[in-house]
Ligand binder design. Structure first.
Ligand SMILES: [Zn+2]
Length: 362
């Protein structure tokens, strides 16, 4: 069972890493720590299992230095404390029983940078700083590379640099489209080519770019509540219907928020091909085939019946655990542990086993 010694060991490890990784890493460690928490260890039966959260946000405040004096100086949202990785984040992981969290930059604001050199500098700082955070607590974090998707060839370079030089486990796609252009357009082939060549996963997270903003105002936080899964649905549908997934059969895309709405209504995507075969001329397989192979989803679906359906459509081997930390969604490990329709092996796979394979971590 977890105890204070485990916590101290964790923090001691992080502190040692701090100095190894450079004086700026985990700078918040210098601040007064909050009360220690007991680290939750997750068991299935008597077996301690490793929990991997595929969906952890981070933001690097250092980008402000390269944006200073540019028109984009105010574009980068302030990197708030909750998105800066340090003891507070480890405390969240400990409380929630998360052993390893996968960090990505989200928001896609940097996809609007039109100056190629500036785009390169911003992503370099994002990735190098994130790698420093990982180095400070390598048993608790891994990261996926941020890229400049508005320059697909540069994005390919950045993905390779992140993976080969910085030890990142894949890449992050921070929006369903870039400046209104669908990511299934041939322009983006250099990026897909590189991801396939490297054999790494790409975690896709919507960035608030559905193009339907005028209808998503008002109560309900609809830009997030509906817009995010809608953006993901549109993104995945383009990759499928425009033939991208067939042209790059080695691609592995893990979509946030349960894969958006698409796995909930796959029948319509397939029925559309019966009704209008021409609409599906680029797609070589039934829709659900992609969801059993190339497309994965995190478990942020909130209701047991939603998860049961996701497992039914995709298979338990295609679903990974996700929390959206630091945002306070009700998405804790008990959602998986209490799922009566999952056997123990499926629970272990969703909570960590699938992600371990996907990320090539032991
Ligand atoms: Zn998120």
């Amino acid at each position: 069972m977890p105890n204070r010694r485990d916590f101290v060991r964790t923090m001691a490890g992080a502190t040692a890493g701090l100095y190894a990784a450079g004086r700026n890493a985990f700078s918040a460690l210098a601040q007064a720590p909050a009360a220690p928490v007991r680290r939750r260890e997750v068991f299935i039966g008597r077996k301690r299992i490793k929990v991997i959260d595929m969906h952890g946000h981070c933001a690097v405040p250092d980008v402000a230095s390269v944006l200073k004096g540019t028109a984009l100086e105010r574009a980068a949202p302030a990197a708030t404390g909750s998105q800066i990785i340090g003891p507070d984040r480890i405390r969240i992981l400990d409380e929630q029983g998360i052993d390893v969290q996968v960090l990505t930059q989200q928001g896609a604001w940097w996809y609007n940078i039109t100056d190629r050199d500036l785009a390169r500098q911003v992503v370099k700082i994002q990735n190098e700083k994130t790698a420093t955070w990982v180095a400070a607590a390598p048993d608790r974090f891994v990261a996926l590379a941020s890229v400049s998707l508005q320059f697909p060839d540069l994005a390919a370079e950045q993905l390779e640099d992140g993976v080969k030089r910085l030890g990142m486990k894949g890449g992050a796609i921070a929006a369903g489209n870039v400046a209104g252009k669908e990511l299934s357009a041939p322009d983006f082939d250099p990026f897909w080519t590189k991801a396939q060549e490297l054999g790494v996963v790409l975690f896709m997270h919507p960035g608030g770019n559905t193009g339907a903003d005028e209808h998503l105002r008002g109560k309900g936080n609809l830009g997030n509540t509906i817009g995010n899964p809608l953006e993901t649905t549109i993104f995945l549908s383009h990759l499928m219907f425009d033939g991208t997934l067939d042209r790059f059969p080695g691609l592995k895309i893990c979509a946030a928020h349960g894969g958006g709405y698409l796995p909930s209504y796959l029948g319509r995507s397939e029925a559309a091909c019966t009704r209008s075969p021409d609409a599906c001329s680029e797609k070589k397989k039934p829709a659900d085939a992609y969801f059993k192979t190339q497309i994965m989803a995190d478990s942020m679906i909130f209701r047991p019946d939603g998860l049961r359906h996701l497992v039914e459509e995709m298979g338990a081997g295609q679903i990974v655990y996700g929390t959206d930390t630091p945002f306070a969604w009700p998405a804790d490990v008990d959602f998986i542990l209490k799922a009566t329709f999952l056997n123990d092996a499926q629970k272990e796979a969703i909570l960590g086993g699938n992600a371990m394979k996907l990320l090539h971590i032991g």
